[in-house]
Design a protein around this ligand. Structure first.
Ligand code: LIP
Length: 268
């Protein structure tokens, strides 16, 4: 936990300072809307450098650079800026996310099989620090976190997000259109890490999203679980790229059932 918090804070300070000036798009990925800024690259370079110094035997899986191998069975899964579009537009909902995970028999880190050991999500704009250790609870700025008690679905504030590719967004629009009349309201924060941490802090009742990458999910999923949330996929599968659903036991099942019936894990 100490290493996760230390390096996440360092990268968050770099990212915060970088927002004082102009922010430019350095590259795009899956579509013209899927942007990378120079600060994404600088933040991940800092995270990789510091983790190599502090934990040289561990591997690193990051959003912007290649997987580095692990000789310890532990990997660091990092998102240098989660919520890059918000960062580009100067909107406050972006975060640095750092998690330590172990994989069975040294296989590469995969949300379907990994065990998240520690996670830290730092919101550079306002300095919030979300921190969790496996079996050690979750905190926001040192204060314990607990998810909201299960509410009837119609009373639930539900977070979600949308992909960068038009075909997926069309399918996601169909799903959210069916859900909206069934819930209190929808919030689209723009950072999966902050969605999961906001759920842990009681700012959302439920969260779901299709298309999360390992680095979007790793730290925030542990913060949510350690705050009492169930974090899962659909059809008995673990949370991952196909679908991630999070919420209190006794309510999350109803959202899972709706998403399964809506084929929300498909792009058709
Ligand atoms: C973002 C996710 C968010 C999703 C966005 C984007 P990025 O990650 O955290 O949940 O809705 O489309 O994928 O690209 O800012 O690291």
């Amino acid at each position: 936990m100490l290493v996760a918090e230390s390096v996440a804070r360092e990268a968050a300070e770099l990212v915060r300072e970088g927002r004082q000036g102009d922010v430019f798009v350095a590259a795009t990925k899956t579509s013209a809307q899927d942007v990378v800024t120079a600060m994404d690259l600088a933040s991940e370079a800092l995270l990789r450098r510091r983790l190599a110094e502090l934990r040289p035997e561990d591997g690193i899986l990051g959003e912007e650079d290649a997987l580095t191998p692990s000789s310890s069975g532990t990997w660091w899964v990092v998102d240098p800026i989660d919520g890059t579009v918000n960062y580009l537009y100067g909107l406050p909902a972006y975060a640095v996310s750092v998690a330590a995970v172990s994989s069975p028999d040294g296989t590469d880190p995969d949300p379907a099989t990994w065990t998240v050991l520690a996670g830290c999500v730092v919101a550079p704009q306002d300095g919030r620090v979300f921190l969790a250790g496996r079996g050690r609870g979750a905190t926001l700025d040192g204060r314990p976190l607990r998810v909201n008690d299960a509410q009837p679905l119609i009373a639930c504030l539900v977070g979600t997000g949308f992909g960068y590719v038009a075909a997926r967004r069309r399918a996601q629009a169909r799903v959210v259109a069916g859900l909206l009349p069934r819930v209190r309201d929808i919030r689209r924060i723009g950072s999966a890490a902050l969605d999961l941490c906001t759920l842990a802090a009681g700012g959302l009742d439920l969260y779901y999203e299709r298309g999360l990458q390992p680095w979007d999910l790793a730290a925030g999923s542990l913060v949510a679980q350690e705050a009492g949330a169930v974090v899962t996929g659909l059809r008995g599968r673990p949370a991952g790229e196909a679908m991630t659903v999070a919420g209190p036991p006794g309510r999350v099942e109803e959202l899972v059932a709706f998403l399964e019936a809506s084929d929300a894990d498909q792009d058709s």
